[in-house]
Design a protein around this ligand. Structure first.
Ligand SMILES: C[C@@H](O)C(=O)SC[C@H](NC(=O)CC[C@H](N)C(=O)O)C(=O)NCC(=O)O
Ligand code: NI
Length: 146
């Protein structure tokens, strides 16, 4: 078994593509307009994953846009999408310059959070840093349950 994608439903497809592609840096891999179901699917991949994603063998985000408006309550059970970045400060600066609020700034040079137009939380992690939890759980032994 292999991880393939995470699907998120979006209220405004253009606003979402502007955030995920123009600001966060993902690239569009595939798009399906489904008349019968009245929805559009847009598959996005990070630059490092794009070649594998084109072969349907790489991790992606699947944006689902329902043409008929629906209410999407913020399911607490969904946490975030996480991306590894080469320079977390440069990534956050680029996002801030594009008008994106940094909900959790990278004080520790390790982890930052921003949100999509639909409030989907996006975690940015500095490449080379430990992937474990930081403050305030830094003293917690990673028992795999955090
Ligand atoms: C292409 C493949 O990766 C899919 O995920 S298609 C799954 C399918 N999606 C839809 O029907 C989109 C429109 C629908 N109104 C919706 O909002 O999901 C599907 O079965 N969706 C149901 C689900 O729970 O994901
Ligand atoms: Ni899917």
């Amino acid at each position: 078994m292999q991880y393939l994608h995470t699907m998120v439903r979006v209220r405004d497809l253009e606003k979402s593509l502007d955030f995920y592609c123009n600001k966060l840096g993902l690239e569009e891999v595939n798009r399906y307009d489904v008349e019968a179901g009245r929805f559009t699917l847009v598959f996005l991949a990070a630059p490092n994953d794009i070649e594998r994603a084109k072969e349907k063998d790489g991790p992606m985000v699947e944006l689902t846009y329902n043409w008929d408006p629906e209410e999407y309550d913020g399911g607490r059970n969904f946490g975030h999408l996480a991306y590894l970045v080469d320079d977390i400060y440069a990534s956050c600066q680029k996002l801030m310059d594009a008008g994106v609020a940094i909900n959790r700034p990278p004080r520790d040079g390790h982890m930052a959070f921003v949100r999509s137009p639909d409030g989907i939380s996006i975690e940015l992690l500095q490449r080379g840093e430990a992937l474990g939890p930081q403050e305030p759980w830094s003293s917690m032994e990673n028992t795999g349950s955090w």
